[in-house]
Design a protein around this ligand. Sequence first.
Ligand code: ADP
Length: 194
Amino acid sequence: MRLLMVAPPGAGKGTQATRLARHYSIAHLSSGDLFRREVAAGSDIGRQAAGYLERGDLVPDRLVLDVLAPHVLAAAAEGGYVLDGYPRTLAQAQEAYEVAGRISGVELQAVVHLEVGRDELRRRLLARARADGRVDDTESVIGHRLDVYERETAPMLEFYAARGLVVDMDGEQTVEEVFQAIVGAVDALRAGLS
Ligand code: ADP
């Protein structure tokens, strides 16, 4: 199973990705976690990426594929993945599509789009800020990240919708309800494709 989660910050994509990875016995690849790990390790890529993460801006595309590609390829070879945060722009989606097209058994099978209203997103992100203290969960950076999602990431959905891969989910239900709805929709989509 090879899945991509697409959702604004705070919609619960990390939570659902963790559960989906366990359910389907596949790897959970969080691009945000991978970048935070590079920053914490003080690697060359981490030093280049740190400022973008703090401001809530996207890390430049040229750094992204280098960090993600080895993980995606390894996971695909071992049963699949749920991608959380990558691809995140139309350019990343197109590049990933080209690379995956050259290798069999790597391309996406479903794209899960979680929808949550902006007021609820702000509320959840501020609650997470108090709990986790992430550098990008401050009030001003949260607003910026929501804008970046609308501008850079949401347009990417058209690209996947044109290929019939997108399932739209109401992310304002309980975690359990959202999870059950995703599994039902993904299994139905796969049954229809095979
Ligand atoms: P959230 O979805 O809650 O905003 P993430 O943990 O997915 O947070 O990402 C945090 C930050 O990591 C982003 O604001 C961005 O700076 C960087 N990042 C993660 N994935 C990508 C990506 N695919 N392309 C560019 N930057 C990324």
